[in-house]
Ligand binder design. Structure first.
Ligand SMILES: Nc1ncnc2c1ncn2[C@@H]1O[C@H](COP(=O)(O)OP(=O)(O)O)[C@@H](O)[C@H]1O
Ligand SMILES: [Mg+2]
Length: 429
């Protein structure tokens, strides 16, 4: 269909003919979007995708023959370049989770309004253009898989980029979509504010683990981490800055490794600094979500960080560059960032200053209270993308169920590798 080359090609899959018509009509006046096919079940959807290679599929969940989740999986495996938006009614939350894990990039609650529909299509189209799709764990080979949980650090080389807010929301979103064991750690040991963002007051903090790194068993970890209503367990920063300063990089490493034994995902908020403890968090992390806002100082610092990543021993895959507070009105496009920084943009999170501030002041993350807000969805999509990339699928069976006794050996960091320069020198030699 050469005449559609410059448009976003969409396939609609829904078993109800009327819904297909409504969606098609809703998109009719969008100049940059064209519907190239309609499917009445999942099998047809997969076939049409192979035939037309659309950019985006609007996929209903409940369909005969092959449901939307199985069809999403098939498309992820067989039609590279096609992104899936899953559609469902409000009551199908559990299915939505599974669809996101199957590789869907976005979800819409039916019936979506026209603006929302077109916006979502453009959004996932951009995501598709921005980076390779990771789904169903296809990116990870069996050899790389371990039984340990995964550590996800949220970092930015520019303060105020949203690390704390994104870490908290991501932890909750990971819990919502995977229902695995999720911990949220305040890695900002001196000015930690995860407790405020999650509205948690407790006297147990990371100090209680750092001081007992030789007996970090399930019981101790469960005693010190604070349960949040979302079922995420939170490890708070010390209440005063002196005790935060006293935690050593080795202790921090041991605490994180200990948490890895008890949780499937450990999300760590970090401070903006190239100091030893922050670098330790980045070292042990399986993925670093690098947040960048569309401001020149932030772009400059992220570019610098990406250049340091190689010498620090962080692979390209380990870094997931994410634009936060993204707003098309700022006139900076993801593609131009990518060519400047020479790193692909994995995802974007929209800008919602008012809602974010309200959520902060209420102590309730956006993904809990405003799940359908576009920014909450962006974060859910990022959580799904990260989970897919890490795929700890089979970790479950091997985990110590309750009172595990796994302890962690503390490997001291050589004196010569302290500090950013020390590290760069040792990594090089
Ligand atoms: N996607 C977003 N849209 C609008 N404001 C945001 C977004 N993410 C974060 N913010 C705001 O940015 C500010 C800094 O966020 P914070 O998480 O404290 O950043 P950091 O931990 O990186 O210093 C907060 O006021 C927060 O509400
Ligand atoms: Mg912060």
């Amino acid at each position: 269909m050469a005449e559609h080359d410059d448009k976003i090609k969409v396939i609609i899959a829904d078993d109800v003919a009327e819904t297909r018509e409504i969606l098609e009509k809703a998109l009719y006046f969008e100049k940059d979007i064209v519907v190239v096919g309609k499917a009445a079940n999942g099998r047809e959807a997969v076939q049409l995708c192979k035939q037309h290679q659309p950019d985006v599929v609007l996929m209903d969940i409940n369909m005969p023959e092959l449901d939307g989740i199985a069809a999403t999986e098939a498309i992820m495996a067989q039609v590279p370049g096609t992104q899936v938006i899953i559609m469902s009614v409000q009551s199908e939350q559990e299915y939505l989770r599974r669809a996101m894990l199957a590789g869907a990039r976005e979800y819409l609650i039916k019936p979506p309004d026209t603006d929302e529909l077109a916006r979502s299509i453009r959004h996932v189209y951009k995501l598709g253009a921005a980076g390779p799709r990771l789904a169903g764990g296809a990116a990870e080979t069996a050899a790389q898989r371990t039984d340990q949980g995964k550590i996800i650090a949220v970092f930015s080389p520019k303060g105020g980029s949203g690390c704390t807010v994104v870490a908290a929301n991501m932890a909750v979103a990971l819990k919502q979509i995977t229902n695995k064991r999720v911990a949220l750690v305040d890695g900002n040991l001196v000015f930690g504010d995860v407790g405020v963002v999650m509205n948690i007051v407790a006297n147990k903090t990371i100090i209680d683990l750092a001081s007992r790194v030789h007996d970090l068993d399930a019981q101790l970890i469960s005693d010190v981490t604070v349960p949040h209503a979302s079922q995420v367990r939170v490890l708070l920063a010390p209440p005063d800055s002196q005790s935060g300063e006293a935690i050593t990089p080795d202790q921090l490493r041991a605490v994180l490794e200990g948490l890895r034994n008890q949780f499937d995902y450990v999300v760590v908020d970090t401070q903006t600094a190239y100091e030893d403890r922050t670098l330790t968090i980045l070292d042990v992390a399986d993925r670093i979500i690098v947040l960048m806002t569309l401001e020149l100082p932030a772009i400059k610092n992220v570019k610098q960080f990406c250049e340091l990543a190689g010498p620090l021993g962080y692979s390209d895959d380990k870094l997931m560059l994410v634009l936060n507070k993204a707003d098309s009105r700022l006139g900076i496009r993801a593609e131009s960032i990518e060519s400047q920084i020479r790193h692909k943009v994995s995802a974007q999170i929209g800008n919602a200053a008012y809602e974010m501030t309200l959520a902060l002041n209420q102590g309730v993350p956006l993904v809990i209270d405003r799940r359908n807000h576009p920014v909450a969805r962006d974060i859910v999509a990022l959580a799904a993308l990260t989970a897919n990339a890490l795929n700890p699928a089979q970790a479950e069976a091997a985990k110590p169920g309750g009172a595990g006794t796994a302890t962690v050996a503390v490997t001291p960091v050589a004196e010569s590798s302290r500090g950013l320069f020390g590290r760069l020198l040792t990594k090089r030699s």
